[in-house]
Design a protein around this ligand. Structure first.
Ligand code: NAD
Length: 334
């Protein structure tokens, strides 16, 4: 039985805690949040103890693993303190928005021997993983084009979240950078970005963009295109399409059901797309937790590593630099 402590019981921490509690071989024993009400709400839902003292959680004998879902700027501190306490770690993305912080964390982590998995949940989505597996099995031949569409439903998140998140490229596009590496099976080596403010003036006020198109080249010659928007009026738009000489494979958007309706109101009318990440990626989050428990229990390395998080951030930084300089950027992973 793997015993979890949850660090941060906000939107995603609360969801993770409830999914962990559904696993037959895992239990949530402690929930930490700086807001007592938040910690207590999640703790009561999963039968755990609530605390506003993270030291108590990290010192507890009945915590084998931590799920870090506190704000991004606390991840490095929580990773290092959890590693020092000997806990297995599943940490939400990104590691940090500052690559220097990530490099320092990487160096310090070398002195600890604990499993650490990064929360790139989309790798565990059955549809996206199906695209990746088809590409890896050679079903499209040599990969020529990879198109990743990732558009959030509107309206934009509250200003406070936007201010703290590190901007579109480091907070949101980082998922797509990881998806690109996952499906390509190699690291992009060159990045070019065009971006704009088309959605809401708040993004420009914060020095951020809300609309972006990124083109990347891999060593093999495969090209990857990512397009992002902070707003749709039709739900969460998440598609991945891989194309080569032997064909095309695509993961489509998800709906609550596959019913089509025909009548005076329209032809083949279908359900709206699932609204946002909690709904759309539920199966992925569950599979992510399952995989973490299985890998750690078997003494195997986590499937998504710190290095995956570092490389995705390096790509996000390159996309931002390309936008700022209006030049292609060669990517240096060293
Ligand atoms: N993988 C995904 O799909 C996904 C989706 C959403 C968020 N995230 C990531 O998860 C993390 C949390 O995001 P969220 O949307 O749940 O945010 P949130 O603001 O809803 O939750 C964060 C929680 O952490 C608590 N907290 C703990 N320690 C804190 C501290 N020292 N200072 C301030 N607050 C503290 C807050 O009170 C809050 O309850 C972020 O890093 C984000 O990038 C990942």
């Amino acid at each position: 039985m793997m015993r979890f402590g949850i660090i941060g019981t906000g939107r995603i921490g609360d969801m993770h805690a409830r999914l962990i509690a559904l696993q037959p071989d895992a239990v949530v024993t402690w929930c930490f949040d700086v807001f007592e009400d938040s910690a207590r709400r999640t703790a009561e839902a999963v039968g755990a103890r609530a605390t506003t003292d993270v030291d108590a959680l990290l010192a507890a004998d009945d915590v084998d693993a931590v799920l870090i879902a506190s704000p991004t700027d606390t991840h490095v501190e929580m990773i290092l303190r959890s590693a020092e306490a000997g806990k297995s770690i599943l940490c939400e993305k990104p590691i940090d928005v500052d690559i220097e912080m990530v490099e320092k964390c990487r160096e310090k982590l070398l002195t600890f021997d604990v499993p650490l998995q990064l929360g790139f949940n989309r790798r565990f989505d059955p549809s996206h993983a199906g695209v990746r597996n088809a590409v890896a099995n050679g079903e499209v031949g040599a990969l020529e084009l990879l198109v990743i569409t990732s558009r959030d439903p509107g309206p934009p998140p509250p200003r406070a979240i936007l201010e703290a998140c590190g901007g579109l490229f480091r907070d949101t596009t980082i998922h797509d950078m990881d998806m690109a590496r996952f499906v390509l099976g190699e690291d992009p080596v060159e990045v070019f970005t065009m971006a704009a403010n088309r959605v809401d003036p708040v993004f420009a006020e914060l020095g951020d963009v809300d609309t972006a198109m990124i083109v990347m080249r891999a060593d093999s010659g495969a090209l990857c295109h990512i397009n992002n928007s902070r707003r749709t009026n039709y739900g969460y738009d998440q598609r991945v399409e891989a194309f080569g000489a032997e064909g095309m494979v695509r993961s489509n958007n998800h709906r609550p059901s596959e019913v089509s309706r025909y009548g005076a109101g329209g032809t083949a009318k279908r359900d709206e797309l699932l609204h946002f990440f909690i709904e759309r990626y539920r199966a992925a989050y569950e599979a992510e937790i399952r995989d973490f428990i299985d890998q750690v229990t078997a003494g195997k390395p986590p499937s998504v590593t710190f290095e995956d998080g570092r490389r995705a951030l390096i790509l996000s930084e390159a996309a931002l630099k390309s936008y700022q300089t209006n030049q292609p950027v060669k990517v240096d992973y060293s």
